[in-house]
Design a protein around this ligand. Structure first.
Ligand code: HEC
Ligand code: HEC
Ligand code: HEC
Length: 359
């Protein structure tokens, strides 16, 4: 018995020493060029599949078939994922195929995963492979939008992809400087698929635009999509962009058919608030003539975007400029129904009609 204990003690020292010695000797290859042995490859993927399956068990499925968010996800895919995974418009490059493991062609690979598993992979990434995690971990709606996009990928033609991802710029975009071009793939007026999660930004005040861009850059306003879009830009670039978009004089058109009853309910809440729930009158801050520059304009903005921002304020996730805490308070007690009503009301008002609070 005593002998056994001594053997174990020797082993406990000798095995790590041996492994450590082997690693020190430089005999373990890290060359990607030679690939993995088939057994190693199988083992690593087996570990990955098991890990993703177990982690995704606790994932609450969320709606992700909403076409209003697919265009933003597609444009983000083009700038943040296609470089490795290729896209319906472009094959993976041979450089990417030389990665170990190579990023798979997702129009085939997604079929092997459930929605919750795709969500798990896209949100958290895959260690030791180069597959990055989503840039922000505090909101899931953007990741679900990406899952929705990935689900459509196997059936997507190159032409549809080019249109949806904003690769095909609108005619006016062709005359823009390269700095602004990076934004137009999503924010161009009249871009196909807009009207959803991507906000209209032309004609917002310069102060509000600049504060928003700084907030994204500093992470006070979390968005994986916007943080990738702003990635390399300097503070000076942000100023130029805020100036450019503030100068655009475009009218924000009313969208969608108006439901008179719902419209009235929205107007009532926006004008008067609801004191019992301590909801302030939205129009006491927003849409006033000569109003505060820090308060963004809402009339004619996309309903899907407005609704999502109100939910983020309510969750306490969205920051912004120096007055954004006011909005977090205003949104705190809104119900889901209030949010839908208000988003639809503000999106249906055409900003060309003067004086908001009059009717
Ligand atoms: C730097 C390159 C790189 C980028 C950028 C990248 N990926 Fe990946 N991705 C990988 C690699 C490598 C794998 C393979 C992991 C493996 O084999 O286990 C992978 C795996 C995946 C998988 C699992 C597919 C499978 O069957 O293994 C999904 C889904 C995925 N990526 C989606 C995305 C999305 C969506 C984006 C953009 C937000 C993205 N990836 C960005 C490299 C990348
Ligand atoms: C891949 C698509 C995409 C690209 C590219 C992109 N954006 Fe955005 N942008 C979005 C989405 C989606 C949102 C909403 C994010 C959120 O939930 O906060 C947004 C939000 C914004 C906002 C906040 C608007 C508001 O009303 O608060 C500003 C300002 C903005 N973007 C400016 C830019 C600028 C400038 C560029 C170019 C450097 C750019 N965006 C590039 C998709 C994009
Ligand atoms: C006390 C002033 C105040 C009140 C009242 C107020 N807001 Fe705001 N709201 C703001 C400020 C300030 C911001 C900008 C936050 C930031 O810096 O990003 C904002 C931003 C927003 C945004 C985001 C717009 C965008 O482009 O991203 C929405 C949507 C919004 N408010 C809707 C409402 C609604 C609906 C109500 C009524 C329930 C309301 N607000 C009441 C001050 C107010």
């Amino acid at each position: 018995m005593r002998m056994r204990w001594r053997h174990l003690a020797v082993l406990a020292v000798a095995v790590p020493a041996l492994v450590f010695g082997l690693a020190w000797s430089g005999l373990i290859g890290v060359r990607a060029s030679t690939g993995h042995w088939a057994a190693t490859d199988w083992f690593l993927h087996w570990v990955m599949r098991n890990s993703v399956r177990t982690a995704s068990l606790s994932t609450e499925p969320s709606r992700h078939d909403d076409p209003s968010s697919t265009a933003a996800a597609a444009a983000h895919f083009q700038s943040g994922c296609a470089v490795c995974h290729g896209s319906p418009a472009e094959q993976r490059s041979s450089t990417m195929l030389s990665m170990l493991p190579p990023p798979p062609d997702l129009s085939v690979a997604v079929n092997a995963w459930t929605d919750a598993q795709l969500f798990e992979i896209v949100k958290h990434g895959v260690r030791f492979t180069g597959m990055p995690s989503w840039p922000t971990q505090v909101r899931d709606d953007e990741v679900w939008a990406m899952v929705g996009f990935l689900r459509n990928l196997p059936q997507m033609s190159a032409r549809d992809y080019i249109e949806l991802s904003g690769l095909q710029l609108t005619p006016t975009a062709r005359s823009l400087t390269p700095l602004v071009m990076t934004c137009e793939s999503c924010h161009a007026q009249g871009r196909p698929g807009n009207g959803g999660a991507v906000p209209l930004i032309s004609g917002q005040s310069e102060a509000y635009l600049l504060e928003s861009l700084k907030a994204y850059k500093a992470g006070r306003r979390p968005s994986g999509i916007m943080s990738v879009a702003l990635g390399p830009l300097s503070q000076d670039d942000l100023k130029k962009l805020a100036g450019h978009y503030a100068e655009q004089r475009v009218s924000w058109q009313q969208v969608g058919p108006t439901n008179a009853e719902r419209y009235q309910a929205g107007l009532q809440l926006a004008q008067n608030g609801r004191s019992i729930d301590r909801i302030p009158a939205c129009l006491s801050c927003h849409e006033r003539d000569n109003g505060n520059e820090d308060y963004p304009r809402l009339f004619g903005q996309n309903a899907a975007y407005l609704g999502q921002q109100l939910r983020l304020f309510r969750m306490g996730v969205r920051g912004g400029g120096k007055a954004s805490h006011l909005m977090a308070v205003a949104a705190k007690n809104l119900t889901d129904e209030d949010i839908d009503t208000l988003a639809s009301f503000f999106s249906q008002r055409n900003n060309d009609r003067p004086s908001a609070a009059m009717d």
